[in-house]
Design a protein around this ligand. Structure first.
Ligand SMILES: Nc1ncnc2c1ncn2[C@@H]1O[C@H](COP(=O)(O)OP(=O)(O)OP(=O)(O)O)[C@@H](O)[C@H]1O
Length: 346
């Protein structure tokens, strides 16, 4: 296979607000605007940004839990929007999701064993013996005792429940896991255990991750590349080490400056820059970050900055720090993918 495992092209999602019977134009929430990136097999792409910047909407669009207003999602070069029902089933084996809240995403009436073997049974019937063997294997893969297979979710700790969510995602041997705030609800030490588990699984099985988080400490340890989103758009996408060593976009810089504590549990994006994120219903004209940006110039108030490729492989959308040259192709496409680094965690 050539080309990336996942390719996202100009993905856009506008949620209409109300019916707008008397108005000609219906107001929309611009949740995601013209987002492009790719993910290679075995790579972890992190998506970071403040609350409401569109991270979860991107995840929903990738999983086809929401339909895009515009743009495409390609898996192994195939546009998932055009898939027929049976093709969609095959595609669902390739891509799984791990959710933030391990409790509400697990059926409280099913045992751990039933929960984790269910995805496989949706495809093929399993005998009692096969189900038990599969459950034992999956539990062991996520560091749990097979004896746990008869427990209900309510009889497990938060960390065990999240391991169960990961085991369920692993059941179909996916090539890609979308993890949306997968460790945010967990205690500090449990967070580290789950992140280490994800890294181990990636090394053993070559699984790629789209890892959505508001926690820069976590991202720095687990990511190969990082996409920084602001008000629905990617403003910087860079190899992880380069991003943390030298952020280019003023928003990325503000996030990192506001979160300098090495302890990942202390790194939060609660209030990284002065002021509020503007409404995605009426985003500011020009660069959406300009009302909060200390570097803003007149051009920022007028023109949306394009993503400009930089020499070190990152792309940045900033009129001041990454001015577009007329001879440089202005592109919303992702930069060349860096080699994933083997990240030792904590
Ligand atoms: N179904 C929906 N209808 C209307 N607006 C929506 C819908 N889902 C999300 N939004 C809006 O889209 C924007 C992006 O939301 P999204 O949940 O993707 O952000 P996020 O970055 O994941 O935030 P958080 O970190 O708080 O989960 C927000 O303004 C949100 O209110």
């Amino acid at each position: 296979m050539t080309g990336p495992l996942l390719k996202v092209e100009n993905l856009t999602k506008h949620y209409p607000l109300g019916a707008g019977i008397l108005k000609k134009t219906i107001p929309v929430v611009r949740a995601v605007e013209d987002v492009s990136f790719s993910v290679e097999a075995g790579e972890t792409l992190c998506i970071v940004g403040e609350s409401g910047c569109g991270k979860s909407t991107v995840a929903r669009l990738l999983m086809r839990l929401a339909e895009p207003t515009a743009g495409r999602v390609l898996i192994d070069g195939t546009d998932i929007a055009g898939l027929k029902k049976h093709e969609l089933r095959a595609w669902r084996r390739r891509m799984q999701m791990v959710f933030q809240d391990p409790y509400s995403s697990l059926n409280p009436r099913l045992t751990a064993g039933q929960i984790i073997t269910e995805p496989v049974e949706n495809f093929e019937p399993l005998s009692w013996k096969q189900r038990k063997a599969l459950a034992a294997e999956l539990l062991q893969q996520v560091g749990m005792s097979p004896q746990m297979m008869d427990r209900l979710p309510s009889e497990l700790s938060g960390g065990q429940r999240q391991r169960l969510g990961i085991a369920r995602a692993l059941a179909l041997q996916p090539a890609l896991i979308i993890a949306d705030e997968a460790v945010s609800a967990l205690d500090v030490s449990v967070q580290a255990q789950i992140l280490n588990l994800l890294l181990d699984l990636q090394q053993q099985m070559g699984i790629a991750f789209v890892f959505i988080s508001h926690d820069l400490g976590v991202v720095e340890h687990i990511g190969h590349r990082v996409a920084v989103m602001y008000l629905g758009r990617i403003v910087e996408l860079a190899p992880c080490e380069a991003l943390f060593a030298k952020p280019v976009h003023p928003y990325t810089e503000a996030l990192i400056v506001a979160a300098p504590v090495p302890d990942p549990t202390r790194v939060r994006l609660a209030a990284p820059v002065d002021g509020e994120v503007p409404s995605p219903v009426n985003p500011p004209r020009g660069c959406a970050f300009h009302p909060r940006c200390p570097l803003a110039v007149e051009r920022c108030r007028i023109e949306v900055p394009p993503l400009v490729p930089m020499a070190d492989g990152r792309v940045v959308a900033c009129h001041v720090r990454a001015p577009a040259q007329p001879e440089v192709a202005v592109s919303a496409r992702p930069p060349p993918v860096a080699e994933p680094h083997s990240s030792g965690l904590f």
